[in-house]
Design a protein around this ligand. Structure first.
Ligand code: ZN
Ligand code: FE
Length: 239
């Protein structure tokens, strides 16, 4: 099992520090470097790898500084490799990344961007989704089509129910308002919203969620086809 530590960065982004049992370390989506260096210092760790989900600035801006300090290797999605400064290793769909003894499968999930990927650590039941799947939401369609995103989310839906979802932003409370308008009678959604309100009022993260929770409550995982997805995504964009 990997040890996962959530690091709030920028306004509402999350980076994640991963540690394998043998002590290898990785950071997912360092949108800035300083809070990450601080945590690594506190834990007396150095950094072996940086894993990137997509090329947006709020997920990559810490790379250069971290690389200079730790000389770590940077893993980036193949299709966005040229856009991500400091990239070393390209990964594409179904590739396996090894963090010491812990393996992560790369899942290509276009929609938010064309080359966006998720990292799935099967043994640890952990999925890092970047801006593809959020709790109670999904990423905006900046580069891909509604069909792309629908199909990407379908792939994630078939992972085991107890898979933990670690996404790139704390958007859950905002997303909840839209889900509730779409499904005012969804009792599981109401229960989740109560939990989310509690966590946020205590200043805590609503992450990780799980595939099960999202299938029960996230409207974007509850639509039946790309056409319905497109309509709901457009509604959300103007919400
Ligand atoms: Zn993004
Ligand atoms: Fe983002």
């Amino acid at each position: 099992m990997i040890d996962i530590h959530l690091i709030p960065i920028l306004k509402d982004n999350y980076a994640y520090l991963l540690q394998s049992p043998c002590g290898k370390t990785a950071i997912i989506d360092p949108g800035e470097a300083d809070p990450i260096i601080k945590i690594l210092d506190e834990k007396n760790l150095v950094l072996d790898y940086i894993l990137i989900t997509h090329h947006h600035w709020d997920h990559v801006s810490g790379i250069v500084k971290l690389k200079r300090k730790y000389n770590c290797s940077v893993i980036s999605p193949e299709k966005e490799f040229g856009k991500i400064k400091g990239s070393d290793i390209k990964v594409s769909d179904k590739d396996i990344f090894e963090l010491g003894s812990e393996k992560a499968q790369v899942i290509l999930t276009p929609g938010h961007t064309v080359g966006a990927i998720c990292y799935y650590f099967k043994n640890s039941k952990a999925l890092f989704t970047g801006d593809t799947l959020f709790s109670l939401g999904c990423g905006r369609l900046f580069e891909g089509s509604a069909r792309d995103m629908f199909e990407s989310l379908e792939k994630l839906k078939y992972l085991p129910d107890d898979t933990l979802i670690y996404c790139g932003h704390e958007y859950t409370r905002e997303n909840a308002k839209f889900c509730l308008i779409m499904e005012p009678d969804n009792d599981k959604l109401k229960k989740r919203i109560e939990e989310v309100e509690n966590l946020r009022s205590l200043g805590k993260a609503t992450i990780p969620s799980t595939i099960k929770i999202e299938k029960e409550t996230n409207i974007f995982l509850r639509v039946k086809d790309p056409d319905e997805f497109k309509i709901i995504r457009q509604k959300k964009d103007s919400f």
